[in-house]
Write a protein that binds this ligand. Structure first.
Ligand code: GLN
Length: 196
């Protein structure tokens, strides 16, 4: 036996992706490219031991039903309360807001860019993301219509917040994963969380 304390070293971060509905595979690919290990989350037990969690895009109404069906709301709130970093993208931003999981002090407005403007791509700087503009894909995206004082706005489009952070919670209205943009995932992995 070694006479020094054994410090558990977990080089590979285990990142959950809520996989009830929506686009989780593209996130998994980005996470693997960053050396993290993705895990699809379908039931509460899948949240155990995660170093971070992603709530992907999809349809917030369908995702809400899935969270109710699997009784995931409380376990998700507990995970965030433990300080585990969580990132919501598009519908995931909606799920985090005041009217849904109530984790982020924002009100996300669904389909905020208008029905005609189904999808578009844009490039802009995101605070905390070095290396030039982020390439963002918006698909029937929300924006943040209201937010509390603790919410930091990291990026805006037409003066509407589309990337926000509140402590260990990160939410973006767009899909970084569909543009091969890895830096938001890197930001998520760099947020200081406690391992659950
Ligand atoms: N419009 C969807 C919703 O309101 C979100 C779209 C997306 O995640 N790409 O839930």
């Amino acid at each position: 036996m070694a006479d020094h304390p054994v410090v558990p070293v977990r080089a590979v971060k285990l990142v959950g992706i809520l996989a009830l509905q929506g686009g989780f595979e593209a996130h998994a690919k980005i996470l693997r490219s960053l050396g993290a290990q993705p895990r699809e989350v379908r039931v509460a037990a899948d949240l155990e031991g995660l170093d971070a969690l992603i709530i992907p895009g999809g349809e917030s109404t369908v995702m809400t039903l899935g969270i109710e069906r699997e009784e995931l709301a409380e376990p998700l709130r507990a995970l965030a309360a433990r300080g585990v970093p969580v990132m919501g993208t598009c519908a995931g931003m909606i799920m985090l807001d005041r009217d849904h999981l109530g984790l982020l002090d924002v009100r996300a407005e669904r389909n905020a860019f208008g029905r005609q403007l189904h999808s578009f791509e844009a490039e802009f700087e995101v605070e905390g993301v070095p290396g030039g503009p982020v390439h963002a894909v918006f698909i029937r995206a929300p924006w943040v219509a209201e937010h509390g004082d603790d919410v930091e706005v990291l990026a805006t489009v037409d003066e509407h917040p589309v990337a926000v952070r509140q402590g260990n919670l990160l939410a973006v209205a767009f899909h970084p994963e569909l543009a091969g943009e890895t830096r938001l995932h890197e930001l998520l992995l760099s947020l200081n969380g406690h391992t659950s």
